[in-house]
Design a protein around this ligand. Structure first.
Ligand code: P1T
Length: 379
């Protein structure tokens, strides 16, 4: 099946009891058992729920994976991956990643004896010096949040395989419409489904997709044993959101392209981060592993102080100043004070996350209104 068909149908059949075409919201915490253990495959909704199962099968299909698991947030999904590790294990990850992931790694799992190396993995040759017998996981985002570095997934997967290291790719910024990490050799794909998958900024959710049966069993065990699983209403919302993922992504990419080119030629804009530009340092990899370049764009303002940047961020009329991304509405975010506030200044500035950096999640409104808004805010 092609992507658009999977987005609309995968995991979903007319409901066997009523024929309902849309997957019902099975708003139940528990299930009848004729005798203990004699049930229809559902016992308790922390572990299994039919609405969630339909979503998980759809998510797996979108990532060309055998298994999918939905979590109550992106960080809930990340937390379960980290629980695959044991004290003494080491993780290699990027120097530019979502602030909440960094916070979890350094403030929680580092206390359990896990060592994290934050390096520039956009150059895969940087990885080898950090590999030793304790290295168990490579965790990467691509495009990275917020400076849109592109990591060569196939290149990193080759290194990971050669050393039997698990590779997990946070595919939130690309969405499965633009990129499928498992096809490129990753073992696990993670999503903040809060973003493009949900698509309407009305639900918080995470997901993991994988092929390996053992890995699936372990992660299902964690999710049932620790309980970061989403309820049926949220599962329904994401399942519904996914039905238009391909349509929304096309519009995000087209609007993103126009906004990126507008900003590039604007005299007040200094650096601009969008993988679609030929002079983006990883453009060739982006062209190879992504189907288009997405609607996420970051940029800095020439000579702007923190105060100037705050003022600018607050002067938009269509773009809403808010955390998150990937919804139909356009958002503007100031990473230093919002999404990446937990990353130490020295580390974030090295990765380009400076005071004057702003991040746009370009929505699917009329492009004329988006460009007009940028023009007036930057005037
Ligand atoms: O918010 P949650 O669903 O828990 O997902 C966390 C997460 C994981 N990975 C990436 C790449 C993310 O961007 C996020 C969440 N990010 C934001 C809220 C943000 O505005 O960047």
């Amino acid at each position: 099946m092609k992507f658009a068909t999977k987005a609309i149908h995968a995991g979903q059949e007319p409901d066997p009891t009523t024929g309902a075409v849309m997957t019902p919201i099975y708003q139940t915490s528990t299930y009848w058992q004729k005798q203990p253990g004699d049930n229809k495959g559902y016992e308790y909704s922390r572990g299994t729920n039919p609405t969630r199962k339909a979503l998980e099968d759809c998510l797996a299909a979108l990532e060309n994976a055998k298994h999918g698991l939905a979590f109550s947030s992106g960080l809930g999904a990340t937390d379960s991956v980290m629980k695959l590790l044991a004290p003494g294990d080491e993780v290699i990850t990027g120097d530019d990643l979502y602030g909440g992931s960094y916070r979890m790694f350094t403030k929680i799992f580092a206390n359990y004896g896990i060592k994290f190396h934050f390096i520039d993995i956009s150059k895969p040759e940087n990885i080898a010096p950090y590999i030793n017998e304790k290295t168990k996981l490579i965790w990467l985002e691509t495009p990275t949040n917020p400076t849109m570095k592109i990591i060569d997934i196939a290149g990193v997967a080759r290194i990971a395989k050669a050393h039997q290291i698990l590779l997990c790719v946070d595919n939130t910024f690309a969405s499965p419409y633009l990129q499928n990490p498992i096809d490129l050799g990753a073992d696990l794909v993670m999503h903040s489904a809060t973003k493009y998958l949900g698509g309407h900024s009305d639900v918080v959710m995470g997901a993991l997709m994988m092929n390996d049966d053992e890995l699936y069993k372990k992660l299902w065990f964690f999710y049932n044993a620790t309980g970061a699983t989403p309820g049926p209403m949220d599962s329904f919302l994401v399942l519904r959101g996914i039905k238009t993922l391909h349509l929304r992504m096309k519009a995000h990419c087209e609007n993103g392209r126009q906004v990126a080119h507008f900003l590039k030629s604007h005299p007040k804009v200094d650096k601009i981060y969008w993988p679609g530009f030929e002079d983006h340092p990883n453009h060739d990899i982006a062209k190879k592993q992504m189907r288009d370049f997405g609607g996420m764009i970051s940029f800095t303002i020439k000579g702007a102080t923190l105060e100037d940047t705050y003022k600018l961020a607050g002067s938009f009329k269509v773009f809403t100043l808010a955390e998150s991304l990937g919804g139909v509405e356009s958002l503007i975010n100031h990473p230093v004070s919002m999404t990446h506030g937990s990353i130490p200044k020295e580390l974030r500035e090295k990765a380009g996350v400076v005071d004057s950096l702003l991040r746009l999640s370009v929505g699917v409104e009329d492009i004329d209104d988006l460009l007009e808004d940028l023009k007036q805010a930057l005037s």
